[in-house]
Write a protein that binds this ligand. Structure first.
Ligand code: NAD
Length: 443
């Protein structure tokens, strides 16, 4: 099957590489010429485990190609996937300008039947707007051609994107058209063998399913952070509480880890966008607003704990940070808690010395010019002579620490652990002050 994908970001590139690997012929189109030039040279612009090998393999076999040419891209596939960004607008609603630009471009260049597949996360009703944009552009050309628009939201997570795409729990397709169902079945047949994963539904339900999934996951995190904050003030240990409630199969252990707040390119913007959709139809989504507010407050806790450890005065202090990415196994720093912390520290006159196993290039791109940031090559280099260590991301390589040695290296023995990686007793036995999240006397 010939497939075109618009957008070569985390979703577009993974979708393209996986579908090519499954035997389809795939052309990925992006307006970012620099990105496409790198991809053509075999360089992968993002860090995603396994992606480089998969792209290289499929480019070599001629199943995966890249272009900046819209005409060529539209002519290529019967399926036209839209996987471009939908960042938050000024008021938090999803900005559809990139999605609609692709739609117009498809209308501009198509000369045969196409199925336009919305893979980007888009508000309910967007498929209708995409349909309109294509129809208007075709009318402007004085051309009449059949086409369909369907919704196929993506549920992959960065860091495990290939595994999620190829072995996801479900493949949601929103359409009422039999022709679209047949083509989407063919597209996803390689992933639909062991069990029926394709879920066909109406378009609006498919669009809402994606927001509901992310809002549910964000709610679990904010709920647990709320409990952690209570535990901290009530002298309880949230890690015991977590195990205590997770053992109930109605609750489960997934996604109930307390921490320093969720970040990334999806949860913050999707919770906000769903709340703005609700507001637009006159329904106040109180739970969603609370989830967002709790998360904003949580992201500020690392700084608050540091301030407390230094009696409110952080001017001139050097703070070592382990972990810049919003979660492990990615280089993505969008909305990462580390950013809220660094920006607060700089405003307070402190200096930052930071390390992340994968996000150093991204951090340099975002903050490279900042005088009060030093990026170092190893986690242990960050702590030498620093006044405190803060852990923002739960990378596996941060979990094993010689606390006695850490005590020697830090100028002041303060650890603020935003991910509850350590046993508080072991840290304190080494003579370190340990501030974790929701762990009894850690305040
Ligand atoms: P991204 O920012 O990494 O990539 C978007 C790409 O689209 C960029 O390379 C950009 O240059 C390109 N682009 C913009 N306009 C274009 C156009 N007119 N034609 C072709 N390319 C164009 O975004 P992403 O993280 O891959 O997310 C894409 C969508 O998928 C978003 O709606 C997002 O919410 C959703 N999503 C993301 C994830 C994730 O984990 N990142 C997971 C599920 C769903």
């Amino acid at each position: 099957m010939r497939i075109t994908i618009f957008g070569t970001g985390y979703v577009g590139l993974v979708t393209g590489a996986c579908l090519a690997d499954a035997g389809h012929e795939v052309m990925c189109m992006d307006i970012d010429e620099h990105k496409v030039a790198r991809l053509k040279r075999g360089e992968i612009p993002i860090y995603e485990p396994g992606l480089e090998a998969l792209v290289t393999e499929n480019v070599t076999h001629g199943r995966l190609t890249f272009t900046t040419g819209a005409r060529e891209a539209v002519a290529f596939g019967t399926l036209q996937f839209i996987a471009v960004g939908t960042p938050p607008d000024e008021d938090g609603s999803a900005d559809l300008q990139y999605v609609l630009a692709v739609a117009r471009s498809i209308g501009e260049h198509m000369d045969a039947y196409k199925v336009v597949v919305d893979k980007s996360t888009v508000p309910v009703g967007t498929a209708d707007r995409v349909h309109e944009a294509i129809a208007e552009t075709l009318a402007g050309r004085g051309v009449e051609l059949p086409f369909d628009v369907c919704s196929n939201p993506e549920f992959l997570k960065e860091g495990a994107a290939i595994e999620d795409f190829t072995h996801g729990a479900r493949i949601v397709v929103g359409t009422d058209a039999e022709r679209v169902k047949t083509l989407m079945r063919e597209c996803y047949a390689p992933y639909n063998r062991r069990a029926e994963k394709l879920m066909f539904m109406d378009v609006r339900s498919a669009e809402l399913t994606k927001y509901a999934a992310n809002a549910m996951l964000a709610t679990k995190i904010s709920f647990m952070n709320e409990i952690a904050n209570l535990a901290e003030r009530l002298g309880a240990d949230v890690e015991n509480v977590r195990r205590g409630i997770g053992s109930d199969p109605r609750i489960g252990y997934h996604f109930i880890y307390p921490g320093c707040g969720y970040g990334g390119s999806c949860f913050p913007k999707d919770v906000q966008a769903l709340s703005r959709t609700a507001a637009q139809i006159g329904y106040p989504a109180q739970l969603l607003d609370a989830v967002e507010a709790v998360n904003e407050r949580q992201k500020a806790t690392l700084f608050a704990k540091l301030k407390q450890a230094f009696d409110g005065d952080l001017a001139g202090k050097v703070v070592a940070i382990w972990g810049l990415a919003f979660k492990p196994n990615t280089d993505d720093m969008r909305e990462a808690p580390s950013r809220a912390l660094m920006e607060a520290l700089w405003a307070a006159g402190a200096r930052v010395r930071a390390f992340d196993p994968e996000a150093m290039e991204e951090c340099a791109r975002l903050y490279g010019e900042h005088d009060d940031l030093t990026l170092v090559d190893a986690r242990d280099e960050a702590v030498v002579g620093a006044d405190a260590l803060v852990i923002c991301t739960e990378w596996k390589s941060f979990r094993t620490v010689d606390f006695a040695q850490l005590k020697q290296e830090l100028a002041t023995p303060v650890i603020v652990d935003g991910r509850n990686l350590f046993d508080p007793a072991a840290v304190r036995d080494a003579g370190l002050l340990y501030f974790a999240v929701g762990r009894g006397d850690s305040l």
